[in-house]
Structure formats: C-alpha cells, structure tokens
Design a protein around this ligand. Structure first.
Ligand code: 4NP
Length: 157
C-alpha cells in the first residue's frame, strides 16, 4: 500500500509564496479530485504565527480563495518523514531543505517549477520587497506549479 500523498510547500517566510502555493494546490487537488494532505512552512521562523502578507491575502481573494486563516510556521525535522513530498519555492529554499533534511528523511524534496514544462530549475521570485503587481506574477507561477504537481502526483510521482 502506498502512503496517502502529502505535500509541504516551503518558502522563506511562509507569508507570501508558500501560502499562495498552498491555496493554489488545494484548489487544483479539489478540481482533479485527488485526496492530498497539504501544508506550507518557511525555512525561517521570523513570521511564525502570523497570517499571510496582506498583498498575498488580496491576490488569493481575487481568485476566490480566503487565506486569512492560514498561520505561518517554520519547517521542522518531523516534516521530513511526515510528508511524502516537500516542495521548495526557490533554489535557496531547496538548498536549505537539503541541508536541514535529517538522516532517515523519507520525503521527496524538489522544486515547484520543475513541474512546469520549460521552467525546470527555476524559482518563484520573492515578491515581499516589491509592489502588489509582483503578487500577480507569484499567483501565476504557483498556479502553474500546482497544476503540474497535481498531474505528477496523479501519475504516481
Ligand atoms: P516568502 O516572502 O518567503 O514568500 O514568505 C518573504 C517574507 C518575509 C521575508 C522574506 C521573504 N522576510 O525577510 O521577512
């Protein structure tokens, strides 16, 4: 028996990109009718307990998803065995995850945009220090990544 697939999406602060990726993945999994456990976290803990950035909340709401109840948390050692897939939003997050992965890690660790043809190896740019338009680009990227990731998991990845 294979484990129920479960995905942890990881960025730096868990207030901008990974909560949006979580929202997009929840929507794509529901659309595809696949049973997926989904959470998000940050490699850093500065924003732990905080709601997503207001600009992230606004772009999600424009796409019909309320993420105001999400709360940031930091990646922890147990995540590496609890989740079947740990998906980094950018290359720095990926490198940090590989460094943090304890002995006995069972999760597959990868990059979200590896699931988007032509975007392999790329990161979702951090919109935190930019303007609100950056969050539209983030939404487009995480939505494309979520679609590809659902396809990959449905295909048995
Ligand atoms: P995120 O964006 O990693 O997409 O949540 C950031 C949020 C906060 C910070 C950096 C990036 N920060 O330095 O506080």
């Amino acid at each position: 028996m294979t484990a129920r697939p479960s995905v942890l999406l990881v960025c730096l602060g868990n207030i901008c990109r990974s909560p949006l990726a979580e929202a997009a993945l929840r929507a794509e999994a529901a659309r595809a009718g696949i049973d997926l456990e989904i959470d998000s976290a940050g490699t850093g803990g500065w924003h732990a307990g905080n709601a997503p950035d207001r600009r992230a909340q606004a772009v999600a709401l424009r796409h019909g998803i309320d993420i105001s109840g999400y709360r940031a948390r930091q990646v922890m050692a147990a995540d590496f065995t609890r989740f079947t897939h740990i998906v980094a939003l950018d290359e720095d997050n990926l490198a940090d995850l590989r460094r943090l992965a304890p002995a006995g890690t069972t999760a597959t660790i990868g990059l979200l945009l590896d699931h988007v043809p032509g975007r392999e190896g790329q990161g979702v740019r951090d919109p935190y220090y930019g303007d609100a338009d950056g969050f539209d680009a983030t939404w487009a990227d995480v939505s494309a990544g979520a679609r590809g990731l659902v396809r990959a998991i449905a295909a048995g990845a």
